[in-house]
Design a protein around this ligand. Structure first.
Ligand code: NAD
Length: 479
């Protein structure tokens, strides 16, 4: 090799190094575009498969390998999964908003952070023991094997991590049929979660998905003989399909959470809390306030407080125009506006408000579509009722028996207790934004699969485990 050739090689290596350095410097300030956008994933990003059967077989192998791992190692893999989420908050939130067209990046970052920090892991699987004259009986939590999970486009990465941690904590592997409108961000996330688990020495393919999920692949997953348990999170259609599948199903369905404000409430705080909850991720979250029920005595004062908390009121001809925009002639919600910012929605009917506007509200009758429908966008109906008893009755009616979530602002413990019993919802939040119900600013763990139809409520590791009892007769009692 002559000197000129050596010089050329040195020049080339230096150029490569400096371009790598530049891209890693950029990454620390602003993440470079995720690999998913530049390479096809059907050939097997980690855990990303072309068919349901391939995904289930890979998950089954991972499950077998996980059986040989200690509990401490399981917990190590889960910690690695949490760290991946926390280090990719910005990228994942941006990808989800870009791909689904729903929600707000800043809110998704907080949702994802909450899931990483407050989803219970192996510590939630406490054994039970009974000891007495007849010896010792022990109950421990065993895995099902491979779980099939169907996830929504409204919380794509939140549901993957939340389900994933709970399911792996209980010793399972999982195959996700993700929402077709969120398949890229989901596959990207599953790839890097598996990478993190493998780096800790864990099995490959603990988390899996189908590269091109469809309703057909969802049904294949539901029917696959190696799927022991289904967990579905979404609207009424998927809940019905899962419950008719013949498999054991944990089904988390739609809601239409009412928020009541009565005459004893702290009105200014109630207004702030409502705007915070109802505007989170532009109202696409199943648990957030979807209609306001105000007792007449404080209704005007509540409206004034809403107006000073980044909400705007829509009335008269503007309201008519907004109804026409958001409700289709056959009385459905116009999907084009689901999860969009309030100022954007209003601009479509010629109403221009600052981009700091978080929600719009309109005083309407109880039978108005803004009250009756699960709108999943930041425009809420407000119903004025004569007293707290009528408020409770109205809230129960408009919740439609989903048994999902309800909220109330009141300082009267009798009224709060009455509502708690009447609403009969999996989550009932008192004097706080709805989000406190999933641990955002409230006590308790978080869950993004709230199974009201099948009764588990906020799902976590024990729901993904089989209880197994072991008995030793007449021995092992130590006193
Ligand atoms: P969606 O029902 O359109 O889709 C959810 C998932 O189910 C997707 O993966 C979709 O492909 C699949 N799916 C839909 N119909 C199906 C069918 N008939 N058979 C098999 N699979 C089917 O819901 P979305 O728009 O993604 O999410 C919003 C809805 O989900 C809202 O109604 C919201 O309240 C609900 N949700 C509930 C919870 C909860 O914890 N209860 C959490 C998030 C979302």
């Amino acid at each position: 090799m002559n000197e000129a050739q050596i010089a050329r090689i040195i020049q080339q290596v230096t150029a490569n190094l400096s371009s790598e350095l530049k891209s890693s410097e950029m990454k620390s300030v602003y993440p470079s575009p995720p690999a998913i956008f530049t390479r096809p994933r059907t050939d097997g990003g980690r855990g990303v498969h072309a068919t349901v059967d391939q995904a289930v077989q890979a998950a089954h192998q991972a499950f077998q390998a996980l059986r040989d791992c200690s509990l401490a190692n399981r917990e190590k893999y889960i910690q690695a999964m949490r760290r991946v989420m926390l280090s990719e908050l910005q990228t994942l939130a941006k990808m989800a908003v870009e791909e689904t067209g729903l929600g707000r990046v800043s809110d998704k970052i907080e949702k994802n952070r909450l899931v990483a920090n407050k989803t219970p892991g192996t510590e939630a699987l406490q054994p039970n023991a009974w000891s007495g004259d007849h010896g010792l009986t022990l109950t421990e939590w065993a895995p099902y094997g491979v779980i099939g999970s169907i996830t929504p486009c409204t919380n794509p990465t939140e549901t993957i991590l939340n389900n994933g941690i709970g399911m792996i904590a209980a010793g399972n592997a999982v195959v996700f049929n993700t929402h077709p409108n969120a398949k890229k961000v989901s596959a990207y996330f599953i790839d890097i979660l598996n990478e993190a688990v493998e780096k800790e020495g864990g099995p490959a393919n603990l988390l899996n998905c189908i590269a091109n999920p469809t309703l057909e692949t969802a049904n294949d997953l539901m029917k696959h003989p190696k799927i022991r348990l289904l967990t579905v999170t979404g609207g009424g259609g998927v809940v019905k399909a899962a419950m008719a599948s013949g498999k054991r199903a944990i089904a988390a369905g739609p809601g239409n959470p009412p928020v009541i404000v009565d005459e004893t409430a702290d009105i200014a705080k109630a207004a702030k809390d409502i705007v915070f909850g109802a505007s989170l991720d532009n109202n696409i979250i199943c648990i957030v306030e979807k209609e306001i029920i105000a007792v007449a005595e404080i209704a005007d004062s509540l409206k004034r407080s809403l107006l000073s908390s980044n909400a705007v009121e829509i009335k008269g001809r503007d309201l008519k125009k907004l109804e026409q925009l958001l409700i289709t002639p056959d009385n459905h919600v116009n999907k084009d506006f689901v999860g969009k910012n309030a100022d954007f929605i209003l601009s479509q009917v010629g109403i221009h408000v600052p981009d700091t506007t978080r929600i719009a509200f309109a005083e309407v009758e109880e039978n108005h579509p803004f009250v009756q429908h699960e709108m999943l966008l930041p425009v809420l109906g407000l119903v004025r009722v004569p007293d707290v008893d009528e408020a409770i009755a109205c809230a129960v009616r408009v919740e439609h028996g989903y048994g999902h979530t309800s909220v109330m602002h009141s300082s009267n413990i009798h009224s709060l207790s009455k509502m708690a019993r009447a609403a009969n919802t999996s989550i009932f939040v008192k004097n706080a934004p709805s989000a406190a119900g999933v641990g955002l600013g409230g006590e308790g763990f978080t869950s993004w699969t709230i199974a009201s139809p099948t009764g588990e409520g906020l799902t976590y590791a024990p729901h993904f485990a089989r209880a197994r009892r072991c008995i030793l007769k007449d021995a092992f009692r130590i006193v």
